[in-house]
Design a protein around this ligand. Sequence first.
Ligand SMILES: *Cc1c(COP(=O)(O)O)cnc(C)c1O
Length: 361
Amino acid sequence: MTTTATIGQTPRIDRYPAYVYDLPALRDHMAQIRQHLKGIEIYYAVKANPDVELLRVLHDYVDGFEVSSGGELSHVQAHFPDKPLALSGPGKTDAELSSPGVTRLHVESIGELQRLIDSGRSADILLRVNLALPVEGASLTMGGGATPFGMDPDTVNEAMTLLSAQDAVRVHGIHAHLASGLDAPHMLKLAAEILAYARSHGFSEINLGGGMAVSYADPGKRFDWQMYGEGLRELRQSGEVLRIEPGRSITVYCGEYVVQVIDVKRVHGESFAIVTGGTHHIRTPATKNHDQPVVITGEDEDEPVTLVGQLCTPKDTLSRRVHINVKPGDVVRFAMAGAYAWNISHHDFLMHPHPEFHYIR
Ligand SMILES: *Cc1c(COP(=O)(O)O)cnc(C)c1O
């Protein structure tokens, strides 16, 4: 992986494909979120994008980082040793459970809690609850029914009994990451229900999770952080700590995946442009089965073209029937590539060269 640093200007790209991260744009976006969420703790969910340059920008605005593995934990600790850290994940090993420097350990099951207690070490935990709440409009659900995440309310009661018989493991409250892809009104509705549950059990530290909606079909349609912040402050009662851990909605907009057209062809009446790179670098359109938004700079073209990558599979489709005029050598920019893009992709499938990484500073 090669990196270039270009201070104060858009980087010059010599080789395609490339990722370009806009750090000032990320800073502005995060500063706004921080402003709207006064009084609410924000942990950034590192699994959305663990790029160190991005974490360095976010570090100044977030209260902590949420990590989902021992790998993410040591990555973040190596660069930001003093930042509070929450460790999540449904399958923590004994080694992960005993990692030093974890501010909050999110416990996912009775088995995990028992292993933690048996280890004899002290820990500060939140219990991850899976409440049977309807989550309308979500793109992915991690709770609200039978999933491998967290504990249902009966199991939480069992966990409290286990915890009451010892004092090395201290429970501070609950963690509930139930769905992703929700807009602010739906998120607030869910928050009200999670808080009602928490209060009925005497919990005053509540992590409401991430999953704030982003729209790949309409990149301009943004999550309403102002409404969400105001709503959470209204919901919060004195003495309560409310925390959120968004990932995608924070970093998705600051990244672009930039490619060059290799070939343009018509097959059975449809136009295709084959570009350098593909879903082995940006798996997002394949996993979400969407069209990755394209930055259109020239005139709109009547005749649509489907943009595909270099892989020998029909799944390597980046964006279908885009109204742009492209010829070999042209550069195409895919937007919204700052989260769940490079780091969730199968980079070595077909052994093409990895992209270069550029940063606008
Ligand atoms: C993935 C994840 C998040 C972040 O979700 P986004 O949709 O990226 O905001 C937060 N919390 C937990 C427990 C997660 O697994």
